[in-house]
Design a protein. Structure first.
Length: 433
């Protein structure tokens, strides 16, 4: 195999011989025409090796070429049949064409065999290296009628496969593919942030001991003209992919604090305001500076801002995230754990960080057993010096029982839907309902 540069494209036929005058796309096009004639299916597997670039960086391109040759040889020996193709699509990507298959089940079986081949260790001297392959599958004619479309959709499925335990994904049409959604949202998000078109709605939080509203959580509502209501998680994923997390965070913080200021001065509502961010937001070193500037701009005491952190696992693996959390604490900002997936063991570790609050879904506390669990969770949180915000509460009797169990704060849908700023003031401001 040639030692060409990272962008070189070469086709390797099923007998292992190289064809310099026939491109991979041309070979794929020929097989598509053959399938038009016989009516059988064809599959394209886009395989991201997940290790060649790293090998290049440590041992050089010659060693990277040798590792890639090993992968290609393994595919020929263990997966591909006469008439199938494998091509090198970029430095770390291989594309396989299963020339004639009986439906996607055969393609999935081939993908599983490919993973087994590529998951075997690579020995580089005395060093044992493992690939981290992901495979996307596109079927002809179901997922595309031409070679370029099939490759694009296999690549899109491969991007989705990176986030799956199986590491294999079949193309799904439209916006069912998370990667496709993020790509479509990126430019629209840029426009929405630039035009200050993102909306916030507010859900009240009640002090169970005093029986009155004490704060509100601001919730992102991004209504895209083409796609409708975009989930906040997708908005942040698009922002991360587009490299504009700080812009999104700044926009949301300033809007939330502006509304909080308006609640105080125009409606007599001196409330704590909560803003929810994914855990990966803490990887932005500028986050504390953004928060400090927003607080100064809107004249809000730091202790009136609660930053809720979802997906707290990033705090265990990324030192910069814990450092950012410490800087926020130094500013006087309150910090809350809003991570339903956090285990009890994680809570003991998280309690060593500067959190003051935790949200707990207590929707299951509807019988004696559920109440015992709720009491234990509340007591555990209090022992860890965390106040408890209960969510998922169904009605007033359930709220009254949680008060008896020692719960501190309530945020519940049964109290009414989250409201836009004008609706929130009309409902809770002086003279409101």
């Amino acid at each position: 195999m040639s030692e060409g540069g990272p962008s070189e494209l070469q086709i390797v036929l099923s007998d292992g011989s190289a064809s310099e005058d026939t491109s991979f796309l041309e070979g794929l096009r020929r097989r598509i025409e053959e399938r038009r004639a016989d009516g059988r299916d064809l599959a394209v597997l886009l395989i991201e090796c997940g290790v060649i670039g790293r090998i290049d960086g440590v041992w050089g391109y010659r060693v990277g070429d040798a590792a890639r040759s090993r992968f290609v040889a393994g595919l020929h020996a263990g997966v591909l049949r006469p008439g199938d193709l494998v091509g090198e699509m970029g430095r770390d990507d291989l594309a396989c064409v299963l020339s004639a298959v009986e439906g996607p089940a055969v393609a999935l079986l081939a993908a599983e065999k490919s993973l087994r081949e590529m998951n075997a260790p690579l020995w580089l001297g005395e060093d044992e290296i493992y690939a981290r392959p992901a495979i996307g599958i596109a079927m002809w004619p179901e997922h595309g009628d031409d070679a370029e479309t099939l490759l694009q959709r296999a690549k899109s499925a491969c991007a989705a496969a990176r986030h799956l335990p199986s590491r294999i994904a079949v193309h799904s049409g439209g916006l069912d593919n998370p990667e496709a959604r993020r790509l479509l949202y990126e430019n629209r998000l840029r426009t929405a942030v630039a035009e200050d078109a993102l909306e916030l709605v507010f859900q009240p939080q009640y002090d169970l001991r005093l029986g009155q509203i004490m704060g509100a959580e601001s919730l992102l509502r991004w209504r895209d003209a083409a796609q409708g209501l975009v989930p906040a998680t997708d908005a942040f994923a698009a922002a991360e992919a587009a490299g504009m997390v700080t812009q999104l965070v700044s926009s949301l913080l300033n809007r939330a604090l502006r509304n909080c200021s308006e609640f105080r001065y125009n409606a007599g509502l001196d409330l704590r305001i909560a803003v929810n961010f994914p855990g990966r937001t803490l990887l932005q070193k500028a986050l504390a500076d953004i928060v400090e500037r927003a607080l100064s701009t809107w004249g809000l005491r730091a202790g009136r801002l609660m930053i809720e952190i979802a997906e707290t696992s990033v705090l265990e693996s990324e030192l910069v995230a814990a450092e950012t959390l410490g800087r926020l604490k130094e500013l006087g900002v309150k910090l809350s754990i809003d991570d339903a997936g956090a285990s009890v063991a994680s809570l003991f570790w998280l309690a060593m960080l500067p959190f003051q609050e935790i949200k707990i879904d207590l929707s299951a506390a509807r019988d004696a057993a559920g109440e015992r669990i709720a009491r234990s969770l509340i007591e555990l949180a209090h022992h860890l010096k965390l106040e408890v915000v209960a969510i998922g509460v169904a009605d007033e009797p359930a709220a009254a029982r949680l008060k008896e169990l020692g719960c501190d704060t309530l945020q519940a849908d049964y109290k009414g839907p989250a409201l836009d700023p004008a609706g929130f003031v009309a409902r809770f401001g002086l003279g409101g309902g």
